[in-house]
Design a protein around this ligand. Sequence first.
Ligand code: ADP
Ligand code: MG
Length: 698
Amino acid sequence: MTEVGEKSRAGLDLSMPVQFLKGVGPARAKIFAQLGVETVGDLLEYFPRDWNFVPEPNKINRMRPNETVTIIGQVESTDYQSYRRQPLFEALISDDTGVCRIIWFHGGYLRGQLEPGQIIMASGKVNLYRHQLQLTNPKFFVLDDEHQWSAEYFSGGIYPACKGLTSRQIKRIIAPVLDHLDDLVPEFYGKEFLKKAELIPRKEAFSWIHLPPDEEKLSQAKRRLKYDELFLMQLGLALRRYKVQHFSKAVPCKCSDRIDSRIRRRFPFLLTEDQNVCISEIVADMSKSQPMNRLLQGDVGSGKTVVALYAALLAVANKLQAAIMAPTEILAGQHFLSIERYLKNSDVKRVLITGGLTGRKRKQLLDSIRTGDIDIVVGTVALLQADIEFRNLGLVVIDEQHKFGVAQRAQLRKQTTPHCLVMTATPIPRTLAMTAFGDLDVSVIRHSPPGRGNVITRWVSRYDRQKAYEFIRERLKAKKQAYFVYPRITAAEQASEIKAATDEWKLFSKQIFPEFNVGLLHGRMPSAKKQQVMSEFRRRRIDVLVSTIVVEVGVDVPNATIMVIEGANRFGLSQLHQLRGRIGRSDAKSFCFLFAETDNETAKSRLEIMTRSNDGFEIAEHDLRLRGPGEMFSTRQHGLPDLKIANIIDDFDLLVMARKNAFEMVSSDPMLRNTEHKNIRRALLARFGESIGLVDVA
Ligand code: ADP
Ligand code: MG
């Protein structure tokens, strides 16, 4: 221990390679590197995966069944019974209150270790054997003049180990480093804040996470370290956002009562409360000379287009142009159609740009956009980002439907002058919105307009299938339409999937619903054929549409009020919810039948959640819990941080607190130049490097 102490005075610091620690050396340093531990700082953050606690020693006559106890006593006798089916080593030990039997199964190795006359400390669970209390397989330690009772022999962290490096060895290497926490771990916050936030000092947290005196202190240590981890992450996001906002300018858009009522007159309904809240958030953003960067979330059919159109009309009222981009031409076309509906007889000039548009016509259109004759341009992302020049683009709306285009966002960031509204129909759980999207502002439409999303969902087992078919038949007779969806499993199985859908289609049209028109739609069909089938379905020439999951996003047939999902256990939650979004698009009640046979518990809970909830956010939250953030989204791509100790789901409350404090800190001291923030600044740089942008001005 003194050796490390000497070294430390000579400069044990966080960036020192672990190789120079006592007990490490080049060979072990290589093993540590495999565990992601290169420096002393990494080592301090190599947290145990679990902890042992042993209670204070007690007397033998105070032992109670099923309690965990520690006793200290003298070994009276030992015995090894090798002939038993489970060989066992037995010791009787005594203190001044009684005698206790201890057994270790397969304890042959204890011969020669335990002998009568020794004083030992043993800790484990008490059980009853033939009316006698005994300890089975306890941890034990032989006490002598050098080794007096101490909880540390048994207590403390259990580290994730690997070949060539045991948890115990790691523990021994870390322990002496903990004597230097004064130098190694500077405090981030003032005393007052710590008190208010009920956080223990950082130094103590590091000491206790590795060597917790008791469970209470361990949980305090965890809380502090989790907080710090989340705080630094949020600080990184806050700084990134600050940079985006302050390194670019936008044209502020003024809103007045007159403008507001003129825009609202365009909508043949009252906006919902959620829509109004989102609009007021957007109006506030757009009134600033910093560009808006807002994510608008809401299920399909929740009324986002209306909100986006409001924003576009606000830009137009301010003599600016607006661009609305969709991922596909079909969706762009749909946006344009609904915008046309709202803007009938309006002076606002709007166009749809399509890939089919070529030659002179295209040139004319582009000219009128450049000269500012056109107010609103709708098209695909690809088209609008290519070669279109605007006179004064004030707002960009990007509808991402079911993708999150982080890459797209990055691209847009370069062109920050227009205000930017990104729409997504995938409900993003709050936790993710605060992390992966933590540098965007978020508006949410949680409740759909009245009469929408009115779907009853049932999980149907094999035995009830016939009943479900009969129920559906009644609806079809009442001129409603139905989707039957078949799962896609992997690309390799695509052929068989198409076969499945094709076979089912034959079965349906010949046997199950011979009296109705049954159509087929799958991914391998030529695009023209697909269009034709869809249009027949829309025009009610087809009653039942059997399809693979090509029932694309954006397909809008309000009269289709029934959906059957075959093999529903094979779909993820969010996907089921997305599919179900095809129905429930009118005042009429809709019905979703999940056909599934499964013993898999996760699949079962997915199906149960679907029958219980129509709320996309609730479903996404469950999905996140069932699958974990890493599974749900490819971590790297979506910028989910690597967290060592905190968990964005379990530690949500801490996340909220960290986020609030981090954003406040950046707004009061954007570059963290304040000396109070010196240690935080250093930690942030160590963590994110110079990309965080603090260096720009430092
Ligand atoms: P999203 O873009 O979120 O999929 P839309 O904006 O296209 O949703 O709206 C879905 C449907 O709901 C549209 O037919 C629209 O006319 C209707 N709608 C939108 N807002 C309201 C409202 N406040 N009251 C009634 N109907 C609404
Ligand atoms: Mg829409």
